[in-house]
Design a protein around this ligand. Structure first.
Ligand SMILES: *Cc1c(COP(=O)(O)O)cnc(C)c1O
Length: 373
C-alpha cells in the first residue's frame, strides 16, 4: 500500500535530533515561552524574510489573531468584509467569521486555482477591509497583482500560507508579501510539528506586539489585561522540533518538486488534467512547494477507486466547498461554479519527502492505465 503521506517515516528522517530536542526541553524544566520558542521565531522570521514571527497554537489561530488585532487597532470592525477564495480550506473562512466579519467568497482562476486578482477587484465594496489570498496546495497566489489591487483600494492583505512554507515569487517568500501571514505547522504540512502549532509573520511592529498580547490573555504585562484575549501559544517542545525540521525543509521541497516533475512529465492519460504551470512556474524565479499534487478528472471517484485497487491511497482536497457547508448555510443560495467544478473533479496524489521515485513510477503507471481496461 502506498500511503498518501507517511508521517512516521518523515519524522524518522531526523528522529535522533527530534528526540534530542524533546529531551533538552524535558530536562530544561521550562515548557512554555522560553528560549526554544525565541530561537524558532527568529529562525522562521529569517527564513520568510520578515521582521517578526509570533508563535501561536495552530494555523487557524494565526489567521484569527491577525484579524482580531486589526480590529483592536481600529482598522476594521464587525460587519466589514474580507475577500477570500471560494475554493479554500474552511479555516481561511472561519478566521473571518470568528471575528464577526463577513467572508466574501471570490472565485479562483480555474487553472491555478488561486484567487483571481480581477475577480477580487470587482468584489470590492465600501465595506471591504482586507484580502485573504491562500497559497493553495503550495502554489503562490498572484501576489504582485493582489498587492497592487490592495494598494489601489487601501486594503490590508493577510496571506494564508499554511500550505506554502518556502514558496516564493522572485525570491520573495510566502508570508512576506502581505501585511501579515498565517502559517500552520500541523503535522501533515510541509513544515510539520509533532502536534498543533502555528505562527504569524509580519513586518508591522505594532501588529506583532498586539498579536503577542492577544495570544497571551490580552496581556502586555503579567496580570494586566488590555484586551479580552485568548491563550494561543507555541510550546517549547514543538518549537524545538520545528527548529530541527526547518533545516531540512528546502531539501524536502526540492524532492517534492522532483516528484511533481515526474508526474507532470509522465502522466499522459487524456482523462486526467495535470496542474498547469502558472506564469510564475514558467520562470525559474518562483516556486511551487507542492504541499499537494492535485489532478482533475471528470470520473474522479472512479479514478480514486482505480488507484486504490492498485494499492495507492489518494485524498480529496476538498470534497465540499465552504459555501456548501452546513456551517455556512447562509451561503447555500449562492453559486460558485468554478469552485464547485474543482471540488467535484479534484484528487490529490501521494507526494512527500519519503515517497520513493519507484513508488511515484507505480502511481504514474496506475494513472496512465485508468480507463483502458
Ligand atoms: C491547515 C490549514 C489551515 C489551518 O491550520 P491548522 O494548524 O490546522 O489550524 C489554514 N488554512 C489552510 C489553507 C490550511 O491548509
Amino acid at each position: 500500500m502506498i500511503k498518501f503521506l507517511e508521517l512516521k517515516d518523515i519524522n524518522s528522517l531526523c528522529r535522533d535530533e527530534l528526540v534530542a530536542a524533546c529531551t533538552r526541553v524535558v530536562d530544561s524544566g521550562w515548557y512554555i515561552g522560553g528560549t526554544e520558542l525565541q530561537i524558532f521565531e527568529r529562525e522562521f522570521a529569517a527564513y520568510c524574510g520578515t521582521r517578526h514571527c509570533i508563535g501561536v497554537a495552530n494555523g487557524l489561530d494565526a489567521l484569527v489573531l491577525v484579524i482580531r488585532a486589526w480590529k483592536e487597532l481600529g482598522y476594521m470592525s464587525e460587519g466589514d468584509e474580507i475577500i477570500v477564495p471560494s475554493n479554500t480550506y474552511i479555516a481561511s473562512v472561519l478566521a473571518i467569521s470568528e471575528n464577526g466579519l463577513v467572508p466574501v467568497l471570490v472565485e479562483p482562476d480555474p487553472d491555478t486555482r488561486n484567487l483571481c486578482p480581477m475577480a477580487v477587484e470587482s468584489a470590492i465594496t465600501k465595506k471591504t477591509k482586507a484580502i485573504l489570498p491562500v497559497h493553495l496546495y503550495g502554489r503562490m497566489a498572484d501576489m504582485p497583482k493582489i498587492m497592487a489591487v490592495a494598494k489601489r483600494h487601501g486594503l490590508l492583505v493577510l496571506e494564508d500560507s499554511a500550505q506554502a512554507h518556502g514558496a516564493h515569487i522572485d525570491g520573495k517568500k510566502a508570508g512576506s508579501w502581505g501585511d501579515a501571514s498565517g502559517f500552520s505547522f500541523y503535522p501533515g504540512k510541509n513544515l510539520g510539528a509533532l502536534g498543533d502549532a502555528g505562527a504569524v509573520t509580519t513586518n508591522d511592529d505594532k501588529l506583532a506586539v498586539t498579536i503577542r498580547a492577544l495570544g497571551n490573555y490580552g496581556s502586555y504585562e503579567k496580570y494586566k489585561n488590555t484586551y479580552r484575549g485568548v491563550n494561543s501559544r507555541l510550546d517549547e517542545v514543538q518549537a524545538a522540533c520545528l527548529s530541527v525540521k526547518l533545516k531540512y525543509l528546502d531539501a524536502q521541497t526540492a524532492y517534492r518538486r522532483e516528484i511533481a516533475q515526474l508526474y507532470s512529465a509522465t502522466i499522459t492519460n487524456p482523462l486526467i488534467s495535470l496542474p498547469v504551470a502558472s506564469e510564475f512556474d514558467a520562470s525559474s524565479n518562483s516556486s511551487h512547494v507542492w504541499h499537494v499534487y492535485t489532478v482533475l478528472c471528470d470520473q474522479r471517484d472512479e479514478l480514486q477507486k482505480h488507484l486504490a485497487e492498485h494499492g495507492i491511497q489518494t485524498l480529496i482536497h476538498y470534497p465540499i466547498p465552504p459555501h456548501q457547508q452546513q456551517a455556512y448555510s447562509e451561503l447555500a443560495g449562492h453559486s460558485y461554479p468554478v469552485a464547485e467544478r474543482i471540488h467535484q473533479r479534484i484528487l490529490s496524489l501521494p507526494i512527500g519527502p519519503t515517497l520513493s521515485m519507484a513508488e511515484a513510477q507505480v502511481i504514474v503507471s496506475a494513472c496512465n492505465s485508468f480507463g483502458r481496461n
